[in-house]
Design a protein around this ligand. Structure first.
Ligand SMILES: Nc1ncnc2c1ncn2[C@@H]1O[C@H](COP(=O)(O)OP(=O)(O)OP(=O)(O)O)[C@@H](O)[C@H]1O
Ligand SMILES: [Mg+2]
Length: 500
């Protein structure tokens, strides 16, 4: 009996011991682990031993903890990312309570823009950072942003701590922060842009160039000839006149530098329609009518490698102390600011053409404002016109007669030479197409020169003057009119040649 009782006690003690080993101890460890993890040590893991239910429970517990650790790390990571976005954003970010309009957060960019510190800004509200007389407008913009009716408020005046007024475009989004609705405003500082824009005027590029011409001639010096070919009715552009002069100046100086032994600079203007097809190839260009100013030289040109870098600030191929490399970077900046773009064509030893495109604002100023159409002087000189294209010949004869000239015509070089021989003293100007079947315009020009020394010659051609100059077709001092031309540009050019 006693033995039996002892055996029973021993058995129950053994069972209790077993229990403590396999259940109580692991459960206690699990509880301890939960406490450690609860204190924030997510890296803690509970040791697993048995392969039974308790062991599985511990495994599941550990997996849960690991997952929690991962989620928290991700959360922290994304929080840090947002904080860094917020802190480093170039745009100002200001969060305001939608009801009270008090500021809750301000990033460094908006602090800089408004001249306050972060701690100062969060003590202020929308009523403190805008000029008083503009408050009504600003508050109504804020309210329609908070109400989700609009997101962008343009041209919002803000008063800095030092009293200066700056302007911002404010793009807003609404969020819920700690249970209250907030307006997150993204501020883009447009003060500089506004100031620059106010210097922009509607200008006639032809007039500007004409006024600037004498100054340029002096700048260019004697070894280099300088010609302007100003297109008729090119329309108006919006730009800062002083800056446009700077563009011309920088391009002209570069052209001179590229022609140490002399050469020719040509400035041309015309208007052109850049269509959708063109703009597809040049993604940064909007379709529309542009005023183009080309500045061409007959200098040493550039290779492709140089061409790629010329607009970079401080890029120069000129020796130390000679060039800053800022000339074209400046040009580029001004052109972009006027909504335009710039292209360059250049080949080694074939010269360079820069083409600057400005969007045309309109064709002419309204009545009362100054007229942009140049006054074209008439003439009564005797002109021999040689052109194989009959339609163009008729048009040109008519145009010349309208401007008072006495015109004879020929359809080819051979026919023209007959007239030249017959009427030597009675021809003041030969106007001839360059490319014709039979005798070329250039050959005709040469022969006419020997027959009538000192005669003025004006070539008309579909090739640009620059291309012809580059390929050595035209001699210096000989004029060219690009096809197609209008009656006005023809008359303008004819006077220029006759008066030269
Ligand atoms: N008309 C041109 N013909 C040949 N190369 C040119 C021409 N215009 C510019 N370049 C090249 O582009 C480079 C950059 O021109 P940019 O006007 O920016 O600077 P720079 O003329 O060298 O210096 P800076 O304008 O300060 O005198 C020049 O160094 C030159 O190599
Ligand atoms: Mg330069």
């Amino acid at each position: 009996m006693i033995t039996a009782s002892i055996a029973l006690v021993a058995l129950s003690m053994a069972a209790a011991l077993l229990m403590a080993r396999s259940i109580t101890k692991p459960v206690a460890e699990l509880t301890k682990g939960a406490e450690i993890i609860g204190r924030g040590n997510l890296g803690h893991r509970v040791e697993t031993k048995s392969g039974d239910e308790i062991g599985e429970l511990t495994l599941a517990f550990n997996q849960m903890t690991a997952k929690r650790q991962r989620v928290e790390a991700e959360l922290k990571d994304s929080e840090e990312r947002y904080r860094s976005l917020f802190e480093n954003a170039a745009e100002g970010i200001l969060v305001a309570d939608a009801e009270t309009k008090k500021f809750l957060y301000a990033n460094p960019a908006v602090c800089e823009m408004l001249g306050y510190s972060q701690s100062e800004l969060v003590k202020l509200s929308i009523y403190d950072i805008h000029p008083e007389d503009k408050l009504e407008h600003v508050v109504s913009e804020f309210e329609s942003q908070a109400g989700g009716e609009e997101s962008l408020a343009n041209d919002i005046p803000c008063s800095r701590k030092d009293g200066r007024i700056v302007y911002a475009d404010v793009n807003a989004a609404t969020i819920i922060l700690d249970g209250s609705k907030c307006n997150v405003g993204f501020f883009t500082d447009i003060t500089h842009r506004k100031r620059a824009e106010s210097a922009l005027k509607e200008i006639d590029l032809n007039k500007l160039i004409a006024h600037f011409e004498n100054m340029l001639k002096r700048l260019i010096g004697e070894d280099i000839s300088f010609t302007t070919v100003l297109g008729p009715k090119i329309g108006l552009i919006r730009a800062d006149p002083g800056q446009v002069e700077q563009i011309i100046m920088n391009l002209a100086v570069n052209a001179c530098d590229a022609m140490p032994k002399g050469g020719k600079i040509t400035i041309e203007t015309r208007s052109t329609n850049l269509d959708a097809a063109y703009c597809e190839q040049h993604s940064e260009v909007e379709p529309g009518v542009y005023v183009v100013m080309s500045v061409s030289d007959t200098g040493h040109g550039m290779d492709d490698e140089t061409k790629e870098k010329i607009f970079e600030p401080f890029f120069t191929t000129k020796g130390l102390g000679k060039g800053t490399g800022l000339g074209l970077a400046t040009v580029y900046g001004i052109v972009k600011q006027s909504g335009g773009h710039i292209r360059v064509c250049s080949e080694i030893d074939r010269g360079t053409t820069f083409k600057v495109y400005f969007p045309q604002t309109r064709l002419s100023a309204p009545p009362g404002q100054e007229s942009v159409e140049p006054v074209i002087r008439k003439g009564s000189e005797r002109v021999l016109l040689v052109e194989d294209d009959e339609a163009l010949r008729k048009f040109t004869v008519k145009a010349l007669e309208r401007f008072g000239y006495n015109v004879r015509q020929a359809a080819n070089g051979e026919q023209a030479l007959v007239t030249v021989r017959e009427r030597r003293e009675q021809i003041d100007l030969l106007i001839t197409d360059v490319v014709m079947p039979g005798m070329s315009g250039l050959e005709l020009g040469r022969q006419t020169h020997t027959l009538i020394p000192g005669i003025k010659v004006l070539y008309i051609s579909g090739y640009t003057e620059n291309a012809i100059v580059h390929h050595g077709i035209l001699d210096k001092g000989i004029s060219l009119l690009q096809k197609p031309f209008t009656a006005q540009s023809l008359a303008h050019k004819v006077r220029e040649v006759l008066d030269s």
